[in-house]
Design a protein. Structure first.
Length: 403
């Protein structure tokens, strides 16, 4: 089977996902095109150099509807002969785009792909596309559906994480992200977003709050307590599924949950022959990919079983992994991952995560793969694993190895 390699990985800065965010004036297709153009220019791609562009995006309505990937190709400097494919695996969409591209290369369906994702959360509101699992009673009742925030608090309750545990992780995420930016650790991958006059709109992650401390977070109200306790009583639904628990302990709030932001990312994936033909040197091999379904009420535990699966499927152990990127959708997701594998916190999200920098849904999976690659190179480590929890109860993972 043909090996699949990462040749380049870029992302835009993450802008606040609201009307006064710096990227609000940029459409989804244009922001995706920024990342595509960077891959095109940095690697000297000519003509039909890649087989396809695969982009993840979650809320596929309005300007993010249709086949956004094809629209982004046409809005970019890529050749119009390159098609586009939009996919949706909720928060893992960007990762699934990368994994799908890698497995296409492995299977011989083209020698190279550009994969990634985009989400303009300030322009296309999360949830505005509707979802049968949430709005169709015949499905919601049978799956014991609850919103993700309730699921995050359910994880904290079931596995014994306190508000202080979650807040401490959030403070550390902010500290690490600020240190990474101060040390220019993202300079290889982050590309500025410019307007039509060439003036820079944004060149840094603007959601960050480096001054965050335990006292400030302690003053915030739990975000999902009212939702859980008021009608229709999501806490009661969750406890019907988990009757061994006496009550739901609501520990999550805006400060220890991922931020709503805008952003895009792209990864260039190809065979060894593609690199030789284009004079490009591979940076890493995509060693393994995996996905799994999980119990949909607690919903966000997917990083644990998908990591178990990817390791078992490829004859590896947790000790074979040097660094981890575990998406910080909510603090309890990362806490549960570290608890399950007894992983040293110094190996997980060493440059901060989505709590500090934000979570542009469709792009985040590709972003954390790029972040992992950069950090493996910076710290001279060899093997890394990236993973995300996913709405409706799923998990996805990718293992990369430097070459």
């Amino acid at each position: 089977m043909t090996e699949a390699y990462i040749y380049d990985a870029v992302r835009t800065p993450r802008g606040k996902g609201r009307k006064d965010g710096s990227l609000h004036e940029v459409t989804s297709a244009r922001l995706a095109a920024v990342s595509l153009n960077a891959i095109h220019e940095r690697n000297g791609l000519q003509g039909h150099a890649v087989e396809d562009v695969i982009l993840g995006n979650v809320t596929q309505v309005g300007e993010q509807g249709g086949c956004l990937a094809r629209t982004a190709v046409l809005a970019s400097n890529l050749d119009e002969s390159i098609p586009g494919l939009s996919i949706n695996r909720f928060c893992a969409s960007g990762m699934e785009a990368v994994n799908l591209a890698a497995n296409q290369v492995r299977g011989g369906a083209g020698s190279a792909y550009i994969a990634g994702g985009v989400e303009m959360m300030g322009r296309v509101a999360m949830g505005s596309d509707g979802a049968a699992i949430a709005v169709d009673p015949s499905i919601a009742m049978n799956t014991y559906f609850v919103p993700q925030g309730i699921s995050a608090d359910l994880i904290a309750t079931k596995y014994g994480f306190s508000r202080d545990d979650a807040d401490a992780l959030a403070v550390e995420s902010q500290r690490r992200a600020a240190a990474a930016w101060a040390d220019n650790r993202f300079s290889k991958s982050v590309i500025p977003v410019k307007d039509i006059n060439g003036l820079t709109i944004l060149d840094h992650d603007e959601y960050m709050r480096p001054s965050t401390d335990m006292q400030g977070l302690g003053a915030l109200n739990a975000s999902f307590q009212m939702m859980g306790e008021a009608m229709p009583g999501f806490n009661k639904v969750a406890l019907m599924k988990y009757p061994e628990l006496e009550k739901i302990n609501h520990i999550h709030h805006a400060g220890n949950s991922s931020g709503i932001v805008d952003g895009s990312a792209a990864v260039l994936i190809g065979s060894k022959e593609f690199g030789v033909a284009n004079g490009l040197k591979p940076r890493a091999r995509i060693r393994a990919t995996a996905k799994i379904g999980t119990e949909p009420t607690i919903m966000l535990t997917g990083p644990v079983p998908v990591t178990q699966k990817i390791l078992a499927d490829h004859g590896m152990t947790i000790g074979d992994i040097d660094l981890f990127e575990v998406n910080e959708a909510f603090a309890s997701v990362v806490l549960r991952f570290m608890q399950a594998f007894d992983v040293d916190a110094d190996k997980v999200n060493v440059n901060g995560g989505s709590i500090a920098m934000g979570h542009p849904l469709g792009a985040t999976g590709a972003i954390i793969i790029g972040t992992l690659l950069d950090e493996l190179e910076r710290s001279d480590k060899e093997v890394g694993l990236a993973t995300l929890c996913i709405a409706s109860g799923m998990g996805a993972a990718t293992i990369i190895e430097r070459v």
